[in-house]
Each structure stands twice: as structure tokens, then as C-alpha cells.
Design a protein around this ligand. Structure first.
Ligand SMILES: C[S@@+](CC[C@H](N)C(=O)[O-])C[C@H]1O[C@@H](n2cnc3c(N)ncnc32)[C@H](O)[C@@H]1O
Length: 196
């Protein structure tokens, strides 16, 4: 396996010491994109928010600051990512404000219509079956809730075979049941906001 393939595997499913180090690097490297993506939405202070593919946990930390009286949940299917995220958010976890679980986007351990906002940053291009996984997101999102995807365009182009274009992803989201889909672009990144 080439070094590049190994690094991509670690970004997709971080494991062990290398994975833990990559999660710290991703926390720093994705900060600007995350801030920009979140600047496109308004979060009322009492929202139930879920971050899917939470990685090193920085987005959860940012969301917790933005959502003073709400609750932030994070999931990631990587054990290492869950460990790193728990470490970074320990204070808010102890306060009962943040909850982080190991789970896949394909079968989330949450009831229907639970979250007001769901974020997925630099992760959807790794999901195993986007049609099914978007349906799962729709299921746990409350009526009028927002699903926010953000990613660098070159990663979408590199990793995805289907749903690379705005037209295709908009069609998928609308066919799933989302009523409104809006796109923002900034410095090589895209932010897609879909309303249930
Ligand atoms: C490139 S990292 C991005 C992490 C974080 N969102 C960020 O912006 O820094 C991708 C993350 O998505 C997670 N991931 C990939 N496929 C997933 C799936 N099917 N279900 C849950 N998490 C997944 C990986 O384990 C990894 O932590």
C-alpha cells in the first residue's frame, strides 16, 4: 500500500497512533472551513445538534460554544475519533452538554425527528451509500431542521463516483424529501444547506 493510500485510509477511518495524530492535524486544518460553513446558518441557543463524522471533535467544541443552552451530539464510526473527541470535549461532556458515541451514519442510534441541525464536514465523500445515508439523516432530523454538508471540492472530486455535481446532490436531497437546498462556495470549499 502506498503512503498516500495509507493516509487516505487513516482520514477515512483513523486508527492508532497515526490516526490520533491525523485527527489533531485535521482539527487544525479544517478550522477555517468549519467556521465559514457554520457562519452560513443561525443556531438558536436551545438546539439539539448532531455532528456526523466528528473526527477529532473540534466542530463539536465550536458548536457547543455557539449553542449555549442546547445539546451537542457527535458520532463517528472510528473508535480513535470518538476517543479524541471525548478528550477534547471532556468539560462539556461532564456538564452533560455534549454526548459522543461510536456509530455509523448508516444506522444512527437516535429516534426520528430528534435533531434541529445536523452537520457533516469533510466526511460525506467517505460514506458507504449516500442515498441510504442521506435517508438516515432525514429520519433523525426534525421538521424544518437543517442538514449542513461542507467539504473541499477536490476531495469530493477525488473520492466520489456519484453525486459530485451540485445538480446531482440537489436531486438526491430533494428526492429524499428535503424541501430546499442552498449552495455556498468559498476558496475551493462547498457548503450545502438542506432544509427538511
Ligand atoms: C476527514 S475526517 C473529518 C473529521 C471532521 N469532521 C473534521 O472536519 O475535521 C472524516 C471522518 O469521518 C468519519 N467517517 C467516515 N465514514 C463514516 C461513517 N460511515 N460513519 C461515521 N463516520 C464516518 C471518519 O472516521 C473520520 O473521522
Amino acid at each position: 500500500m502506498s503512503v498516500l493510500t495509507k493516509l487516505i485510509e487513516q482520514a477515512k477511518n483513523p486508527r492508532g497512533f497515526v490516526g490520533a495524530s491525523m485527527l489533531c492535524i485535521m482539527n487544525a486544518a479544517h478550522t477555517n472551513m468549519t467556521r465559514w460553513a457554520l457562519s452560513n446558518v443561525k443556531i438558536n441557543g436551545h438546539a439539539n445538534v448532531l455532528d456526523i463524522g466528528c473526527g477529532g471533535g473540534k466542530t463539536i467544541h465550536t458548536l457547543s460554544k455557539m449553542n449555549q443552552d442546547g445539546k451537542i451530539y457527535g458520532i463517528d464510526y472510528s473508535k480513535q475519533a470518538v476517543e479524541n473527541s471525548i478528550k477534547l470535549n471532556k468539560k462539556d461532556i461532564d456538564l452533560g452538554k455534549v454526548l459522543i458515541k461510536q456509530a455509523s451514519v448508516s444506522a444512527m442510534p437516535f429516534s426520528n425527528d430528534f435533531f434541529d441541525i445536523i452537520t457533516a464536514f469533510q466526511t460525506h465523500y467517505f460514506w458507504p451509500n449516500l442515498e441510504n445515508d442521506v435517508k438516515e439523516v432525514f429520519r433523525v432530523l426534525t421538521s424544518n431542521g437543517y442538514f449542513i454538508i461542507a467539504a473541499e471540492l477536490y476531495k469530493i472530486n477525488y473520492h466520489m463516483r456519484k453525486f459530485k455535481t451540485k445538480e446531482d446532490i440537489e436531486k438526491l436531497l430533494k428526492e429524499t424529501g428535503f424541501s430546499n437546498v442552498v449552495f455556498h462556495e468559498y476558496r475551493g470549499s462547498i457548503c450545502i444547506i438542506a432544509r427538511k
